[in-house]
Write a protein that binds this ligand. Structure first.
Ligand code: ASP
Length: 238
């Protein structure tokens, strides 16, 4: 939920064959934000939609607004609101949740996407990495795909997913590219070593990689291949 106790979802999806993405930002009242993002991709010539117009777009596409704040989240928001010393984004971050995905059909076609309710207690209207092409997600059939999670306010400044895909295009393995991206963030600013950041990647050959900045936000990930799924651990870079 954002600082007003309203759930605002961000999501994006990219088709690496058409090199086209669809995304939504600040979507209220619709659980499957990625489905609305997919419709932006398929039904419009736009890439990202937000604001009041997005609510209308979702309604026109047949999504009926529902209450997304669970009783548990409402309770947490009320506690946060009532705490006079609560953390806000006018100062610094608290917590988050994101699902990122990269997929290939085994024939070199890549798609990537991600979906999130973003950082808790965010300032209404905040746009972070998840709905932005090249930041939260990116796919290109010439190289592969990537997706990111963590402190999106920070990570947006590093265009994480497109950077990883470009590294793979120049020959890095998905694992090397994920680790190098995180190391580069620390090269730029050593404080980033303590930040929450994790990335996954897959190349057109179906090789995968995953890395977390540190153990603070260690990212386990699932690998599905021909009906078999595995839970794996990403590498901590620091
Ligand atoms: N990156 C997301 C955001 O900043 C949060 C997350 O990945 O959990 O909104």
């Amino acid at each position: 939920a954002n600082a007003e106790g309203i759930v605002e979802l961000d999501a994006g999806i990219m088709d690496g064959t058409r090199h086209r993405a669809g995304a939504v930002t600040g979507l209220r009242g619709v659980k499957h934000a990625i489905s609305v993002a997919r419709l932006v991709l398929e039904k419009t010539t736009h890439t990202t939609i937000g604001g009041i117009g997005l609510q209308e777009f979702a309604r026109n596409m047949g999504f009926h607004p529902e209450q997304l704040l669970t009783p548990n989240s409402l309770k947490k928001w009320m506690e946060w609101k009532a705490d006079p010393h609560h953390k806000t984004y006018w100062v610094s971050p608290e917590n988050h949740d994101t699902i990122g995905m990269v997929a290939t059909d085994g024939k070199g076609h890549i798609a990537a996407g991600c979906s999130t309710s973003g950082m808790a207690w965010k300032i209404p209207g905040r746009v972070a990495d998840s709905p932005l092409v090249g930041c939260g997600y990116y796919a290109d059939d010439n190289a592969g795909g990537a997706s990111a999670t963590g402190d999106g306010d920070l990570m947006t400044n590093y265009c994480t997913s497109v950077t990883i895909v470009h590294m793979m295009a120049r020959g890095a393995s998905p694992q090397e590219a994920c680790e190098e991206l995180l190391r580069n963030m620390v090269k730029t600013d050593t404080r980033n070593r303590e930040s929450e950041a994790a990335v996954i990647a897959m190349n057109t050959r179906g090789e995968v990689g995953a890395a977390s900045m540190n153990s603070k936000m260690h990212l386990p990930y699932g690998l599905w291949n021909n009906g078999k799924s595995q839970l794996r651990e990403s590498t901590n870079v620091y």
